[in-house]
Design a protein. Structure first.
Length: 452
């Protein structure tokens, strides 16, 4: 690789194999002020050297004293002919950013280029925090046409990101976004966060977003895929599946989604997970959403509420939203209320299963869950009771499944607006024939009386 220092640009421009370059920008670097900085920039304008110029294992380090616009660990320009961009990295420990974006790796190539295993780490710095604009968008890996997999973004220490954060992104062409991750720790993101993002033809699968403190002013998506019908036609199977969002002690200003699939001829949003453990969610929480599609289901999604979170006045907890009225947005969707108290939301919808993890200190006058609009009904309820140590086994959790009122003798549940009474066979009957557990308040639920 040959190092070229251009006006307002510092980069390695590769005309042979482009591997293992490192650039560090700080106050000691004579070229520390740059409009764009790239650790490795591959170009093959004639398209005669496929795969030989793949920029891999390059690192860009930015420290205090550097002033930077766009920053990339590796970049491929339009018209090039390559195969992949792998294991490139941007590490930000300081510096002043002019409201531009950071990419672990970025490809503009029309032909398919995969971005794999690239990383952005933003570890704060006074210049970042104090800048007028701060950092714009952050992408672990971005490709115009190709797959984005295994890319990661880590942001912490009160950094402010002015636009979106996406772990892996495919923009406009063909390619899946899989196994990408975003981790935010005590930082602020002004717009949306997506673990995996597809704007074109492809699925978003097995992506993760982890937020530990801080404030997110936009939406949070574990996996997101949308088709542009004018560009991509009647694309099918653009699924959002097996994505996860975990939010601990953070404030989110808009909606939280496990997986979203939009504008596809057919797509599913299934088996996604959202966990809210403390913090505050101002808007809604969805396990999976399929919208503006010809057909598609949102099933098997799990929403877990734990700790002591707060929700907005209009918050709905929703297992799934399907493409249309004939879609299945109910089967297998599960709401888990885990060792928490006094959870209040506006409403709850589209859950087939309900699981309650309850501790010994739960009191009848302290409802675990309140739905102000009511209107919910139960089909499957599983209670996980933290009982006396000698009840089942020391330190154990009793796990017993009750299914509606399918049992004829005894009826498994007696539900009212303030409590739920558990009656069952077997080991429970040996210790306590009835255990009054406060679960619900504000639900319009009826059931047969439990027998003595």
């Amino acid at each position: 690789c040959v190092k070229n220092v251009l006006a307002m640009v510092a980069m390695f421009t590769c005309t042979s194999i482009c591997l293992g370059n490192t650039i560090t920008l700080d106050s000691s670097n004579a070229n520390a002020t740059r409009e764009r900085v790239v650790a490795a920039n591959s170009t093959d304008p004639n398209g005669t050297s496929p795969f030989s110029l793949d920029p891999n294992n390059n690192t860009l380090i930015i420290k205090d004293g550097a002033e930077v616009g766009e920053a990339s660990g590796a970049r491929i320009d339009d018209g090039s002919n390559f195969g992949s961009m792998t294991d490139n990295k941007v590490i930000v420990n300081g510096g002043y950013f002019n409201d531009d974006s950071i990419f672990g790796a970025r490809s503009f190539a029309l032909r398919g280029v995969d971005v794999k295993g690239n990383t952005v780490e933003i570890n704060a710095g006074n210049d970042i925090i104090g800048s007028v604009y701060g950092i714009g968008s952050v992408y672990g890996g971005w490709t115009r046409n190709g797959a984005a997999s295994g890319n990661k973004v880590f942001i912490k220490n009160k950094v402010r990101i002015g636009e979106d954060v996406r772990g892996g992104c495919t923009a406009g062409g063909h390619g899946d976004a899989k196994n990408n991750e975003v981790t935010i720790t005590d930082a602020t993101v002004v717009e949306d966060i997506s673990g995996g993002f597809v704007d074109g033809i492809g699925s978003a699968e097995n992506n993760k977003v982890i937020i530990n403190g801080g404030r997110i002013e936009g939406n949070v998506f574990g996996g997101y895929t949308r088709v542009n019908p004018r560009v991509n036609g009647n694309a099918e199977n653009n699924n959002a599946e097996n994505n996860e969002v975990t939010i601990t002690g953070a404030t989110v200003g808009r909606d939280v989604f496990g997986g979203v699939a939009l504008f596809s001829a057919s797509a599913n949003a299934e088996n996604n997970k959202v966990t809210i453990d403390g913090g505050r969610i101002e808007s809604n929480v969805f396990g999976g959403v399929v919208r503006f599609n010809g057909r598609g289901n949102a099933t098997g999604n799990i929403v877990t509420v734990a700790g002591t979170p707060e929700f907005g006045d209009k918050t709905i907890l929703c297992g799934g939203i399907g493409a249309n009225e004939s879609s299945d947005a109910f089967t297998g969707n599960t709401l888990v209320i885990k060792e928490t108290k006094a959870i209040t939301v506006k409403g709850i919808s589209n859950f087939e299963n309900y699981e309650f993890y309850l501790s010994q200190d739960t009191k009848p006058e302290e409802p675990v869950l309140t739905a102000k609009d009511g209107g919910c009904s139960f089909s499957n309820v599983q209670l996980n009771l933290d009982l006396e140590a000698d009840f089942l086994r020391r330190g154990g959790i009793l796990r017993e499944r009750w299914i509606g009122c399918d049992y004829t003798d005894p009826c498994p549940l007696k539900l009212s607006r303030t409590n739920i009474t558990v009656c069952s066979k077997g080991v429970i009957d040996k210790r306590a024939k009835r255990t009054s557990i406060p679960i619900l308040q504000g639900f319009d639920v009826t059931s047969k009386e439990c027998k003595s």
